[in-house]
Design a protein around this ligand. Structure first.
Ligand code: SAH
Ligand code: SF4
Length: 337
């Protein structure tokens, strides 16, 4: 049996051709799956009954299965989904007045062991297929009744260690027959897998890049994010410069502020030195305490003081209000316990 949802548009077009149907049928089927969100081939009413029966003999449509949902006071909502093999992933919906954002998971767990991150504590289980990534947005759209405008690849997992499926997911999200989300409204966040930053710069769609920096010296970053030993800051910055040059786009650096660890005067100096002259934005995010970590969050005035010290040299600094903190729905808080 073929899962129609697991086919890219090109693959679906090939299937439709192989059974001798007109090519526009692939657009109809893709629209039923990715815009109307149906799971039953019999509901494809613009296909003749005989065609639906023929298709249903060899094909079905999978779906993520909702197990639980929690809503925070700020209306951020976390969804727990079960995959076909019983593994679980989390997805977050972040409604704002001008945009409705979904934060998607790209892997079950993560292998990279960042010290601040909740997902790291479950280790790596498996990569998600592209349709399992895209289905998170489709299901959230159906469950909330809101048209999703923006997508961030900032949930569980390292997108650049599941690169091919993430790119296919972006192409699917971007498709006119699919969820039709502009590539400029899709951001992929990476801990800094250098080869893939170069590849992403060469990827034709204009999706955005964010780098989880979290420390501005190799010494501290090695400690917080062990992947830095393989891909040190100098290599990441070189790759980021290539991306900016190639895409003519700014890159966002995410910097999770941890009280007393990376918010000292020397960190301000190191960050300024590292990023000075690079076309970038810096997003300061308060560390969200999660189980089994020893770190503490800074207060808002402490975050503002840190930002103030960066402003003269690095003006594009914003403080990101963490959403859904009390339901562990903030970035790096997803662990599908
Ligand atoms: N693996 C990718 C994307 C998922 S992590 C990456 O690392 O970029 C998404 C973001 O959550 C990262 O910027 C990470 O630094 C941040 N994060 C991890 N743990 C956090 C915590 N406890 N509080 C706040 N942000 C956290
Ligand atoms: Fe993985 Fe990102 Fe968490 Fe690091 S911060 S463990 S790369 S999900």
């Amino acid at each position: 049996m073929t899962d129609l949802k697991s086919l890219t548009f090109t693959q679906l077009a090939e299937l439709v051709k192989s059974i001798g149907w007109e090519s526009y049928r692939s657009q109809q089927i893709y629209t039923w799956i990715w815009q109307k969100g149906i799971n039953d081939i019999d509901l494809m009413t613009n296909l003749a009954k005989s065609k639906r029966e023929q298709l249903a003999c060899d094909c079905f449509i999978s779906s993520l299965h909702l197990i639980d949902t929690k809503q925070a006071k700020d209306r951020a909502r976390k969804f727990l989904f079960r995959l076909h093999d019983q593994h679980k992933i989390e997805t977050v919906f972040i409604p704002e007045t001008d945009r409705k954002t979904v934060c998607v998971s790209t892997q079950v767990g993560c292998a990279l062991g960042c010290k601040i991150c909740h997902t790291a504590q479950i280790g790596f289980i498996r990569n998600l297929k592209f349709h399992e990534i895209a289905d998170q947005i489709l299901q959230v759209q159906l469950l909330t009744g809101e048209r999703i405008s923006n997508v961030v690849f900032m949930g569980m997992g390292e997108p650049f260690l599941n690169y091919a499926e993430c790119l296919k997911a972006i192409e699917n999200l971007n498709s006119d027959f699919g969820l039709n989300i502009g590539a400029r409204r899709i951001t992929v966040s990476t801990s800094g897998i250098v080869e893939r930053i170069y590849d992403f710069a060469d990827f034709p769609l204009q999706a955005k890049l964010a780098i989880s920096l979290n420390a501005a010296t190799d010494q501290l970053r090695n400690e917080l994010m062990p992947i830095n030993k393989k891909y040190p800051l100098s290599e990441i910055i070189k790759a980021v410069r290539y991306y900016i040059e190639k895409k003519k786009k700014r890159v966002t650096f995410e910097y999770v502020l941890i009280k007393g660890i990376n918010d000292r005067a020397q960190d301000v100096r190191a960050l300024t030195k590292l990023l000075y002259g690079i076309a970038c934005k810096i997003n300061l995010i308060p560390f969200n305490p999660c189980p089994h970590t020893k770190y503490q969050s800074p207060t808002l005035p402490e975050m503002e003081a840190f930002a103030e010290k960066l402003y003269p040299q690095l003006p594009a600094v914003t403080i990101r209000k963490s959403r859904g903190q009390e339901i562990l729905a903030a970035c790096g808080q997803l662990a599908a316990q």
